[in-house]
Unconditional design. Structure first.
Length: 140
């Protein structure tokens, strides 16, 4: 009878870590489309915690939930990394194309008055609605 008790006591007890890992992994995958609104923080946090809990609960009774948590968290972290690299490359290419443009883009906060006036003079703005040959108000 004591041998039977020893066998059952060696069986791992189910904990909530495997379930939490699975829920966090699925949540991180479902929140990936919200990266544009909320940033990478919430999905990444869910994925990291889910991965840690999944790795901690590998030997628990709920091996399927633990494995699901590990896989979904790892997939989510991989997709977050790919999205971050791709968006960085796109923004870098866009900023370089703006810097290499012919002056069509101007951010007045990064220019002093001299540079701003040079840019305005280089654009050849036409004044609309005024007759250039009409006398000024002072001449009348």
């Amino acid at each position: 009878m004591s041998e039977l008790d020893d066998e059952t006591s060696e069986e791992p007890k189910p904990t909530g870590k495997a379930t939490a890992s699975m829920i966090l992994g699925i949540t991180s995958l479902l929140t990936l489309p919200l990266i544009c609104l909320a940033g990478v923080g919430p999905p990444a946090l869910c994925a990291i915690v889910g991965l840690i809990l999944g790795l901690m609960s590998r030997k628990a009774a709920n091996k399927g939930q633990s494995l699901t948590g590990i896989i979904t968290s790892a997939c989510s972290l991989t997709l977050i990394l790919i999205f971050t690299i791709a968006s960085t490359l796109v923004f870098r290419a866009a900023s370089q194309s703006i810097e290499n443009s012919d002056g069509g883009f101007l951010n007045p906060f990064f220019f002093d008055e001299e540079q701003l006036q040079e840019w305005i003079d280089s654009q050849n703005f036409e004044v609309v609605g005024e007759d250039p040959e009409a006398p000024d108000d002072e001449d009348r």
